[in-house]
Design a protein around this ligand. Structure first.
Ligand code: GAL
Length: 453
């Protein structure tokens, strides 16, 4: 029997790939996302963390020295995870006044513009949620994030973190971010009963085209929506395009794509878009007006069969009463992507001109601890970027995800969640997929993707 590689071994083996993708594009223009925040997600009201909670991420209510945190974790179980993190922090720092300031909207669809304006205006919050990697570059290029290489990243922390994740935290050289989780994006979740009624075995679906056949079977044999996909905001379709492309072509071509070789991959890009246009027949009728977690609710209720989504969707299942992993819901890697751990990472940063330097440093220090990552990740549906967090709290699904990560051949970065491309490119791609959601026009989408890179 071969020995299972440790997370560190896997990490070293695949490091070159990861960095190749993460360093793909050097565009640095500051660009806001074009889409509106999705409705349906919690508006952030009702928490007990004090002021600042106007649901926009704008500042205003924090006093000097208060820890103002801007984030978008208000949907489907994410708020509980975030609150668990704050509870842990409060236990260690009871004197710090936390001003919770969410800007709801899946994949940060509402946060970019407001944060960029605030940071550029030198009126930043104490810290904010951001993907490490290319998403940081508009800030690091302008020197708007403090180097926390000494103050926060001590030797103990560096040793404990996966090397790749440390690298993503310093796109400009200095360490500027503290990653707190690793989500997997290439999941295909499903409702077990619905698939049984449809006579579909998800483990038999070998490639993205096979998923099309399964969607057809669900449509013919049940009343359920085959795929609980949302198109209100474009990021979910962009990430589905990534999954289809990865499933059809594999990681090497995917990394060439994020490196910008769209023309060299024209046929492959078109092939993915064509299948994506066919999937769209099987989305909910109201896909254009629901959020990702509202789509996921339908899977939980047995009204939908499949969902392609990051494993934040599993965080929502954990919070749903009587909806058990294995019995009621399951997940297979998106067809064709076995051995791939398509990673989405969240982190917190220390903006310059910080309103609460002491509290911010305390919070970032805490976010990098075992305690923080052990509280946050099991609820969030993610796995820790530290290698020394005990597995006990992670439950069967996330324990399997940890094993899958350890055994994965590659962990490519994502476009839709900011690690692989700079915000300006991501923003143009989102616009391309917003249009594609409307018109399913492969030619126009191909040209827009080519131009975006
Ligand atoms: C991602 C983020 C996740 C989750 C998801 C859905 O971009 O990294 O933590 O919040 O969006 O909104």
């Amino acid at each position: 029997m071969t020995e299972t590689p440790s997370r560190d071994t896997v990490d070293r083996v695949t490091r070159r790939r990861y960095i190749a993708g993460a360093g793909a594009v050097a565009t640095v223009a500051v660009a806001g996302c074009s889409d509106d925040p999705e409705v349906g997600e919690d508006d952030g009201a009702g928490d007990d963390d004090g002021a600042g909670d106007d649901g926009t991420g704008n500042g205003g209510d924090a006093d000097e020295g208060d820890l103002e945190i801007v984030h978008w974790w208000t949907a489907g179980g994410e708020e509980e995870a975030y609150n668990a993190l704050l509870d842990g922090f409060r236990e260690q720092h009871p004197d710090v006044e936390i001003v919770d300031n969410p800007a709801p909207g899946g994949a940060g669809s509402a946060i970019d513009t407001v944060i960029q304006n605030r940071v550029l205006d030198q009126n930043p919050p104490s810290t904010f949620q951001i993907w490490p990697g290319q998403a940081l570059t508009p800030y690091t290029d302008e020197g708007l994030l403090e180097d926390i290489g000494d103050s926060v990243w001590d030797d103990e922390m560096r040793e404990a973190y996966l090397d790749d994740i440390v690298e993503l935290s310093r796109p400009g050289g200095d360490l500027v971010a503290v990653p707190i989780n690793i989500h997997r994006l290439n999941n295909l979740f499903y409702n077990v009963d619905v698939l049984e009624s449809a006579d579909v075995d998800a483990t038999d679906i070998d490639d993205p085209q096979g998923l099309m056949d399964a969607l057809q079977a669900v449509d013919e044999n049940t009343d359920a929506v085959p795929m609980a996909h949302q198109t209100q905001a474009p990021w979910s379709t962009l990430q589905l395009f990534e999954a289809v492309f990865l499933g059809q072509q594999g990681t090497d071509d995917y990394l060439s794509l994020v490196d910008g070789d769209v023309e060299g991959l024209e046929d492959e890009v078109r092939e993915a878009l064509e299948l994506l246009a066919e999937y769209a027949d099987y989305y909910p009728e109201d896909a254009g007006s629901i959020s990702w977690d509202q789509g996921n609710d339908r899977l939980i209720e047995g009204e939908a069969a499949f969902l392609h989504q990051g494993d934040w969707a599993a965080g929502q299942y954990e919070g749903a009463d009587g909806f058990e992993f294995g019995e009621d819901w399951e997940m297979v890697p998106f067809p064709g992507t076995d051995g791939v751990y398509h990673s989405v990472i969240d982190s917190f940063v220390f903006p310059t001109n910080n309103p609460s330097p002491e509290a911010t440093e305390q919070f970032l220090n805490y976010a990098g601890t075992v305690d923080a990552q052990e509280r946050f990740n099991p609820i969030k549906g993610s796995i820790p970027p530290r290698t020394d967090v005990p597995n006990d709290e992670f439950g069967p699904f996330l324990t399997r995800q940890i094993e899958d990560f350890d055994n994965s051949n590659t962990q490519p970065p994502t476009i839709a969640h900011g690690t692989a491309v700079a915000p300006a490119v991501q923003s143009e791609l989102e616009e391309a997929f917003a249009n594609f959601n409307d018109n399913r026009n492969v030619d126009t989408a191909y040209e827009a993707i080519r131009d975006a890179f």
